[in-house]
Design a protein around this ligand. Sequence first.
Ligand SMILES: [Zn+2]
Ligand SMILES: [Zn+2]
Length: 339
Amino acid sequence: MSRARVALLAAAASMASAVLSLPALPAQPGAPASWYKGNLHTHTLNSDGDSTPDDVVRWYREHGYQFVTLTDHNYLTSVDGLNALHGADDKFLVMKGEEVTDAFEKKPIHVNGFNPSSFIKPPGGFSVLDMTQRMVDAIRGAGAVPSINHPNFGWAISADELMQLQRTRLFEVFNGHPLVNNNGGGGVPGLEEVWDRILSSGQMMYGIAVDDAHYFKRPEDKTAPRPGFGWVYVRAPRLEARALVESLERGDFYSSTGVELQSITATSAALTVAIKTEPASKYRIQFIGRHGRVLSEALASPATYAFMGDESYVRAKVLESNGKAAWIQPVPVGASSPR
Ligand SMILES: [Zn+2]
Ligand SMILES: [Zn+2]
């Protein structure tokens, strides 16, 4: 985040303090902004999903989402007809997407492109890093926003490789597919540790949570990648694809597996998180800095962490008593902050 952005957030926060509920921070001075719940990764019959685009979009529309991105493997599903049928101004949007899919020496390399102008052909590559970077660049070439998918799926992309990537700001810190190894193991770090390694290396990265849903007709099958496990809440001036991806690239969103927030307030002095609490649940709010160190932990909402000035970055995580979580994006703090 730039100094100007921190100043903007500070100004916006003072405006928002009178409101104390979402939407808290306008994306631009004077512009109203709302929070939109969406899933950024899902499949249809156009690749290896079990349902038509119509059925998939219908599921998200009927389950309280404001947007869904169709990301079939190496296929760009048209959304015009879907939006004509299901879209509604400021209520629901289908966003174009493609999961650019290839493998390097049997390691699956999958990078999502959000809102591309045209189909993106997998560009090949000479190493895991080279192939991933070429995908990122091909996605940028199609005017889309890249996001690195499930790095631990097939143990494909390491933290060292992720921190060398350029021109990408997004990766999946949580993917709802049951076989993607979010938590790591056998000496391979889980994706939250990966995230802190990237940030501590000086590279800014934002973590998204997604479904990667394939099966909508097997709701009881726990071995199937089903919908409803991970999503983002994006703060944007309007429900429109370009506005949503711009907010994602600014880190103006949070990720969730079931925790909803009341507000996030980042100023030049502090980060404050307020939860929409469920009466039967209890919560911990962790503020996390360089190398994944927990800087402080609060047991009540709202919780504030006042910056010391030398943290490099501060991010927050909300842990709910049944295992649900929310991830608040890192805020740069001090001269050594990630860029
Ligand atoms: Zn994938
Ligand atoms: Zn996928």
